[in-house]
Design a binder for this molecule. Structure first.
Ligand code: 5GP
Ligand code: MN
Length: 343
């Protein structure tokens, strides 16, 4: 592969030349897609469609209910729909690795000409022919925004709503350390352009919580453990809890953020027992431990302050291993994630 990694000073022109040159595009993103995954891909879909390209979107997992307010969400197809379709260009967004679009999809959806990788994860692999990887960007949506600007195309109303949703989600509603003055400036422009109400976007994304999720939350929080030094907090979720609450492992999303909010906690982790008995792990850090490195020890990845991985062990074994590893990282750490700020 003629691999060209673009980090630091990104070269948007390489990518916009691909937009000009080719006609058929497919877009995909990671499994269990979130606001940035779907927001960035639907934004790129609207842009490419507006400049006259033929675009299809294929994801392994269905669009979660709370993102069905986004324009064009229903054009997203599943793995089966790929069939014999071969786009000239495949753009993978927000995925870290090609496999994270789903094993089957990564083997069926094959571009004839170019594989493009757009991502902002610290642990992103340069798996594409063209890799637009910007770890300092708040979100993949921010990179797509800059790409469209570089193309000197106007950002349409629908595109603006999708980009804003991605930006809002990946910055935790403009609270996380990846939020910069620039993020706010982009958000302001998107609100003006899109003519949408930010409070409605918030309500759509965060306030569609099913009762079952709160039932699960109460179960999961009852497993809370904090290490003696008060720095590592952990919870676990089991198949039994999902059954009782009437939900599944997807409902665990966000719980880890709540335990990270405990005073004095540096690392928060939530482990979930999956149907195949493997363990899915969510990690959060206050900035003294790079949890993307910690996750990478278990073949996962993510960002310095939010990462994940999957272990092929029982959830309680995984929990013990992870707490020990987190403690080791804390003992050894001279790391301080300031996200470019001098604080
Ligand atoms: P969450 O805990 O919200 O599921 O994920 C937090 C971050 O870690 C996200 O940016 C997500 O992309 C990344 N992440 C979660 N699980 C995995 C994994 O198994 N592998 C990799 N490479 N990244 C992950
Ligand atoms: Mn993202």
């Amino acid at each position: 592969m003629n691999s060209l990694q673009i980090t630091g000073m990104p070269n948007y022109s390489t990518l916009t030349a691909v937009f000009d040159r080719y006609h058929t595009f497919a877009l995909s993103t990671h499994i269990n897609p979130d606001g940035d995954a779907i927001g960035s891909q639907l934004a790129l879909y609207t842009f490419l469609t507006e400049i006259g390209k033929s675009v299809k979107v294929f994801n392994t997992d269905a669009v979660p209910k709370n993102y069905k307010f986004l324009p064009f969400w229903d054009i997203i197809e599943g793995v089966k729909a790929v069939d014999t379709y071969r786009p000239e260009v495949l753009v993978v967004l927000d995925a870290s690795t090609l496999e994270r679009i789903g094993k089957k999809l990564s083997k069926t959806l094959l571009p004839i000409q170019k594989l493009v990788n757009i991502d902002h994860h610290a642990t992103a692999e340069a798996f594409g022919d063209i890799n637009l990887i910007m770890p300092t960007a708040s979100s993949t949506s921010e990179i797509v925004y800059k790409l469209i600007k570089h193309y000197q195309a106007p950002i349409g109303k629908e595109c603006a709503l999708c980009l804003y949703t991605g930006l809002m989600f990946d910055t935790g509603c403009f609270r996380y350390s990846n939020t910069t003055p620039e993020t706010h400036r982009i958000a302001a422009e998107l609100i003006e352009t899109g003519e949408f109400a930010p409070d409605e976007v918030y309500r759509n994304v965060y306030e569609q919580v099913p009762v079952a999720k709160l039932r699960l939350l109460s179960e999961v929080l009852s497993t809370l453990q904090v290490t003696d030094n008060g720095k590592i907090a952990s919870v676990y979720a089991t198949q039994d809890m999902f059954r009782k609450a009437g939900t599944n492992a997807d409902a665990v999303e966000g719980i880890v953020n709540q335990i990270q909010a405990i005073a004095g906690v540096e690392v928060a982790l939530c482990v979930s027992e999956m149907t195949d008995r493997s363990t899915k792990v969510s990690l959060r850090s206050q900035g003294h431990v790079d949890v993307s490195q910690l996750a990478a020890e278990f073949e996962g990845g993510g960002h310095a302050r939010a990462a994940g991985c999957r272990l092929l062990t029982h959830y309680l074994t995984a929990l013990t291993t992870l707490v020990q590893t987190a403690q080791r990282y804390m003992d050894q750490s001279t790391f301080k994630d300031t996200n470019g700020r001098k604080d």
